[in-house]
Design a protein around this ligand. Sequence first.
Ligand SMILES: [Zn+2]
Length: 126
Amino acid sequence: MARPMKWRKVCCLPESNKFGPLDSPADRKNRVTMTVDEYETIRLIDLEGFKQAECAKQMNVARSTVQGIYMEARKKLADSLVNGKVLLIEGGEYRLCEGLGADCGRGCHRHRRGRGTIYNGTPSRL
Ligand SMILES: [Zn+2]
């Protein structure tokens, strides 16, 4: 039985969830999968300039947890970049922010989008 995990809050889903070298095929052996919560730490820390403590608060997890997620995410990014692997972003233990929480600040992209859509586990592509 899987250990129950606390939901990690994610404020933005990737616009695209498949990245990789443009000159090699995306075969099964040549890919690395990053979870959506790992992606969120990269987005908040590397793009939005959050400190790890701020990132932890926004994602509703302990700072040590964020540190672990972030390290794993960086390792996967490097693996993709250095070894020319396709990077997929999918899965993970998270819940998409509804953009209503007062604890969501500048890094929350849910505020920019339409409200009223509750994430049901399957990313929709319009
Ligand atoms: Zn949010």
